[in-house]
Design a protein around this ligand. Structure first.
Ligand code: FES
Length: 105
């Protein structure tokens, strides 16, 4: 973890370890984070726990800036965290890839 200005940067792992079009789960302290690498190369991160019934979002289907939960197919926007069901949303994290490393802010 490093401080840059007023933001904390957390190194998560190698982008190459996340297959294109899939997600991977990373445990960071008390948080479990799902990191997704889309086919267009963009990387997104959300809480891993689905707000519906705690499904593992990292195992969901990724595409079109969304992830579909593997348990009951609720859909979440990877940029905003907004869910397809009323009142459901997930926490999203700002990401960047520097020298092949995925970092969260
Ligand atoms: S646990 Fe994710 S949709 Fe039900």
């Amino acid at each position: 973890m490093a401080e840059t200005g007023t933001r904390t940067v957390i190194r998560v792992g190698e982008a190459a370890d996340i297959p294109v079009g899939q997600g991977r789960c990373f445990v960071l302290g008390d948080e479990t984070i799902a990191v997704f690498r889309q086919r267009d190369g963009r990387v997104f991160a959300t809480q891993n726990r689905c707000p519906h019934r705690a499904g593992p979002l990292a195992d969901g289907i990724v595409g079109g800036n969304h992830v579909i939960c593997p348990l009951h197919a609720h859909r979440f926007d990877l940029e905003t965290g907004n869910g397809s069901e009323p009142g459901e949303c997930v926490r999203v994290y700002e990401t960047e890839v520097v020298d092949g490393q995925v970092r969260l802010r």
